[in-house]
Design a protein around this ligand. Sequence first.
Ligand code: FAD
Ligand code: NAI
Length: 472
Amino acid sequence: MAQNFDVVVIGGGPGGYIAAIRAAQLGFKTACIDEWKNAAGGPAPGGTCTNVGCIPSKALLQSSEHYEQAGHHFADHGIGLKDLSIDVTKMLARKDTVVKQNNDGILYLFKKNKVTFFHGRGSFVKATEGGWEVAVGGESLVGKNVIVATGSNARALPGAQFDEDKILSNDGALRVGAVPKKLGLIGAGVIGLEMGSVWRRLGAEVTVLEGLPTFLGAVDEQIAKEAHKAFTKQGLKIELGVKVGEIKTGRSGVQVAYADAKGEARTLAVDKLIVSIGRVPNTIGLDADAVGLKLDERGAIVVDAECRTNLPGVWAVGDVVRGPMLAHKAEEEGVAVAERIAGQHGHVNFNTIPWVIYTSPEIAWVGETEQQLKARGAAYKAGTFPFMANGRARALGDTTGMVKFLADAVSDEILGVHIVGPQASELIAEAVVAMEFRASSEDIARICHAHPSLSEATKEAALAVDKRTLNF
Ligand code: FAD
Ligand code: NAI
């Protein structure tokens, strides 16, 4: 006997679990199905983000940053330490605890919001009276509406499948049991830089091989250049414009054959290799064919601007559809879809989705880059302010980087804000709010910011648009 729901969500990552909670808040009888298992085989909702993505990576970034500070920067504050050591097992156990707190938190939120949770794989069966039949384990659910939020998986290099021992995806990269002497990464994208930073701080010799000739091509060039300088100074070796060839694993590690930017043949020998060359949408096990759910050539579920698929009442959100693969983008789409099902006008503004790379210095941005503005022939003004001239940054002992504003030359509307430096991940929120309210750079320049704070660099960068910084 099928159980009937107004909304059945398949996938319990940030897109799915948030969609389920919002749907339940709106009064819908809601189910959420998720198949992720913890080490004991129990449910571990939260998806890639909670289990092998955002949360565990930030836990390790924090632990490794503490180690780096203690080893290299505490002395500047007059703090002496003897016999500094790192217990990787304990560091990983702490990370696992943080993950579990988040898994448990989601299960609690399901209970609180009366979302019925099913642990297992959800697969489409057929269109049926009253909606869509979805099988999970031995049970059958019928949803008037179905929201698919099945996420993404790491993309492997052809001929170098992940064994999670020597060739690692993000999953294995977060479980390395001891600091490797030499670590290689393929792809100097977000994961490459974050995970490369973790293991470099802990003492690994890290080499990143990037296929493109430019470093962080999606980032504002001036900001990317500053970040590149900082990472190189820290000891991260980044080779751009390489062509990766054969990858061999042996008892002693991994050998990567590649051609460097000049086309010369080289070999990188490492103990472990992380492959971080992007992610692919995941529809494994969904049985999309059973109901004729349309996928594109990349395997992503085809949706319109409002996340409707080709099937009436079936929606899809998050990494499994077009757009940036970010947890907060997935969440916003989940909320918007639940609200649309309720007849409301859910909306996601793709122009104000912030990006953050949690390295040190952090990199964060929202809106257009200077190169994008140039490419579309926009008339714009730019203003920058270095953290070197910010009192709080000096007190922190972290003066790398800058805040950069880009504003329309005529209306002064903010078109993009780009930050490389301390706490960029937090500072960017002000820029997102400003852009969402279509503020001008003068609006930010005229707002009182606490002193001393890093946010004063944001105000000063806004002042710089009009060439009237006060502290630089
Ligand atoms: P997912 O989180 O992938 O969740 C999908 C869920 O659906 C999974 O639990 C999966 O098991 C389940 N599932 C799949 N198929 C089925 C099925 N048929 N039946 C039942 N369950 C199913 N983004 C950020 O914004 N900030 C970050 O700092 C950040 N850091 C990251 C670090 C790493 C190392 C990685 C890999 C990613 C990171 N991301 C980050 C990206 C972020 O994790 C994803 O954008 C986000 O998880 C996407 O959410 P989702 O709900 O679409 O999918
Ligand atoms: P990415 O798209 O950020 O970077 C992949 C990099 O690999 C690119 O620079 C690309 O040019 C390079 N590349 C691709 N094929 C290559 C090849 N054959 N040889 C050499 N280089 C190659 O992807 P990544 O780092 O795997 O992360 C996946 C996604 O996960 C990100 O795009 C992001 O959406 C999300 N994520 C977000 C984080 C955050 O918000 N802080 C953190 C980590 C991941």
